[in-house]
Design a protein around this ligand. Sequence first.
Ligand SMILES: NC(=O)c1ccc[n+]([C@@H]2O[C@H](COP(=O)([O-])OP(=O)(O)OC[C@H]3O[C@@H](n4cnc5c(N)ncnc54)[C@H](O)[C@@H]3O)[C@@H](O)[C@H]2O)c1
Length: 252
Amino acid sequence: MSFDFSGRIVVVTGAAVGYGRAITESFASRGATTYALDKDAERLTPESFSSGRIVTHVVDITDRDALGGLFAAIEREAGPIDVLVNNAGGALGRGFVPVEDVDFGDWDAVLDVNLNGTFAAIRAVAAGMKRAGRGRIVNITSGAGFRASRTGVQAYTTAKHALHGLTRHLASELGPFGITVNAVAPGIQPISPGVERQWAGYSDEVRANIIAGIPLRSLGTPQDIANAVMFLASDMAGYVTGQILPVNGGAF
Ligand SMILES: NC(=O)c1ccc[n+]([C@@H]2O[C@H](COP(=O)([O-])OP(=O)(O)OC[C@H]3O[C@@H](n4cnc5c(N)ncnc54)[C@H](O)[C@@H]3O)[C@@H](O)[C@H]2O)c1
């Protein structure tokens, strides 16, 4: 099965590393003009990507004014956005703290990027997609959208659960306008600095148990996540909306 995104305008948040980078490269290699957004100016350099079809913009998605202004500028420059992938997020290097000791600033920060930033990005593209009569929104969530996060971070679990709710709600709201809204829920992959630290903190036994709990017996690759996003963003998935697709080797 091949997917052609020639002529399509795609925006990916959190594109500097890990899943976001693989998703960005996958769209560009299939012909899309791909806008790669991240707050990490050091890693999000144009020359670090393989394709000239990738346009980088440094932005903090929790800065609502900056984000709204950037999406408006992209639409002026390129036309309506066909695909939005909300990938920016993560536990922001936080780890387990007993609930009674959680710092409110940490709670807010994790919800801000994972949930509020995603909402702000969707809010920014919705009107243009409605005018175009089509659009694809894919939210990158997590196994932590179904159960407690391995990170131990309450706000991360809460934000990813909320994103599943937002995905279903907006599928219902935006479906009549030809816009689909779906989510990809990855399992753990130590492919970005935060998750590498988390994985390195586990004993050999814990790591072996995690892999033994995955029917396909591997952690998978960022390309596995990108492949699922390609499907949900493609014409092939035109009748799929409001769905959460776990891409985790079959782990429960
Ligand atoms: N890697 C995993 O094991 C795993 C598992 C399940 C879900 N996820 C989710 O997948 C997504 C990508 O994770 P990852 O591990 O590839 O990378 P990551 O979690 O380290 O970060 C993703 C990118 O988001 C960017 N980012 C963070 N806050 C931002 C902000 N306010 N504005 C703009 N950009 C911001 C970071 O700079 C980074 O480049 C995240 O939403 C994460 O929660 C990851």
